[in-house]
Design a protein around this ligand. Structure first.
Ligand SMILES: [Zn+2]
Length: 141
């Protein structure tokens, strides 16, 4: 959830640290019609802090699907596992792109549950990835 108590300096830090990309689906803010949110990885409603290590940049879709969740059901094992944690885990150890970089593939239980819970392969994202891939603008890094 967005938080007006977060200073503009902290907001800038989170944006720059994330290279302007959603830290879950890797959408690029410069190709989004909606401003990205400063997201609390451990939800503020459950006592999560405004410290940089609890904040991540998230697109509106990921932010809305994550809401106050910290875990979900792994579609492969049916076990409850934590969502990907952008500050404590390395994205490339949990996610990979398919051949044309339009779909994300979960490499770990956390990767799979994050793709499933945050709906990281939403139709609109897949369409945008295809267009940006065709012009050499995706994946962002
Ligand atoms: Zn996203």
């Amino acid at each position: 959830m967005a938080d007006s108590a977060i200073s503009s300096a902290l907001r800038n830090l989170v944006y720059e640290r994330a290279h302007g990309c959603c830290e879950y689906c890797r959408s690029q803010s410069e190709y989004s019609t909606q401003a990205f949110s400063i997201e609390h990885i451990f939800p503020k409603s459950k006592g999560g802090s405004n410290l940089p290590e609890n904040l991540a940049l998230a697109c509106q879709g990921c932010n809305a699907h994550k809401y106050n969740k910290t875990a979900g059901l792994d579609p492969l094992t049916r076990q409850t596992v934590p969502l990907f944690h952008p500050r404590q885990q390395i994205w490339t150890e949990h996610f990979a792109w398919n051949e044309d970089c339009s779909y994300l593939i979960g490499l770990s239980p956390s990767g799979r549950v994050t793709i499933s819970t945050l709906k990281l392969n939403r139709r609109q994202l897949v369409n945008l990835r295809r267009v940006l891939f065709a012009v050499g603008e995706h994946p962002p890094f």
